[in-house]
Write a protein that binds this ligand. Structure first.
Ligand code: GLU
Length: 310
């Protein structure tokens, strides 16, 4: 049976945008009779806050979304990321990178061919052996990058159609030892047998990288559907400052979780304004071909004032 997934990072509360993506991932999977799993992407020790793990899962459940089997946490799978990085290194496909953030920012500003904005220009690939030696002695722990060779990758997205992109020398492991998102997501999707990736279209530009990594590692490639984002009135990606955007804020503003589900469904053309719906009822109405292709800009009530510390 096919498997779909939702893979939130517990770095904050889920907002309407995350919840809408979760609903869509659930609908894609369940309406096709697929399994659906949740994976907690908790690799970044500096950004993860443990209490968001339980909160995010209970928010999904409050919307009526269910999942199969235990929730997997990336932090429990260090071994499989290390094995993938070792395999790439053994194949001569990695190199250490000593660049600081600032050096990368400055180098990436110069135009360098077909790469997406912010792509790594390959500075450390071209270090002379003496220079590499000098940098290695500087005491700075290097990141490990993929030697991508400027390959271009194309794929068919279920909503965007044919997408093409150049793969830069992306980070596989950060200087602090943390496996990078692009590596972990590819390894995990394969380990969990994920056949369909449904996620926000802010990740569209990363997908060629992930497909290329999967190919190098000999892993099967899932299908992709990158769904439109939810934006604030200023056109920026939805955030707390835009108003009541989390289930807790919405509840405080008088909107219950089932009502939020109704609003999400309406925004997707799956329910009439104010109609009470359940996820199961939406399954019968769901048609990927009829999904909106543009961002949703919801009307928001003001966020409640932060709870006072007691
Ligand atoms: N954890 C990522 C996020 O919350 C999503 C990763 C993915 O769906 O591939 O943005």
């Amino acid at each position: 049976m096919a498997v779909g997934r939702f893979a939130p990072s517990p770095t904050g509360s889920l907002h309407l945008g995350n919840l809408r993506t979760a609903l869509l991932a659930w609908l894609f999977a369940r309406s096709a009779g697929s399994r659906f799993v949740v994976r907690v992407e908790d690799l970044d020790p500096g950004a993860v806050r443990e209490h968001f793990v339980a909160e995010q899962l209970s928010d999904l459940a409050a919307l009526g979304l269910d999942w199969d089997g235990p929730v997997e946490r990336q932090s429990a799978h260090a071994g499989r990321y290390a094995a993938a990085i070792d395999a790439l290194t053994d194949a001569g496909l990695t190199y250490p990178c000593y660049c600081t953030r600032r050096e990368i920012r400055e180098a990436a500003r110069a135009p360098h061919g077909p790469y997406p904005e912010g792509a790594y220009p390959g500075t450390c690939l071209h270090l002379s052996p003496a220079e590499r030696e000098r940098r290695a002695r500087s005491g700075r722990d290097p990141a490990l990058r993929l030697r991508a060779g400027g390959v271009r990758v194309g794929f068919e997205d279920r909503l965007h159609g044919e997408v093409q992109g150049a793969v830069d020398d992306l980070v596989l492991r950060r200087g602090d030892g943390t496996p990078a998102y692009n590596l972990a997501v590819v390894v995990d999707d394969a380990a969990q047998g994920i056949e369909e990736v449904v996620r926000g279209d802010d990740l569209l530009a990363s997908t060629p990288r992930q497909i290329h990594l999967g190919e190098l590692l000999g892993l099967p490639s899932p299908t992709y559907a990158h769904v439109p984002l939810v934006l604030g009135v200023d056109g920026a990606r939805l955030a707390k400052r835009h108003g009541a955007v989390t289930l807790a804020d919405l509840a405080a503003a008088g909107t219950s979780a089932p009502q939020v589900l109704g609003r999400l469904a309406t925004s997707l053309g799956l329910a009439a304004d104010g109609e009470a719906v359940t996820p199961a009822a939406l399954m019968d109405r769901f048609d990927p071909a009829a999904l909106p292709r543009t961002p949703w800009v919801p009307e928001l009530s003001p966020a409640p004032p932060p709870a006072r510390a007691r």
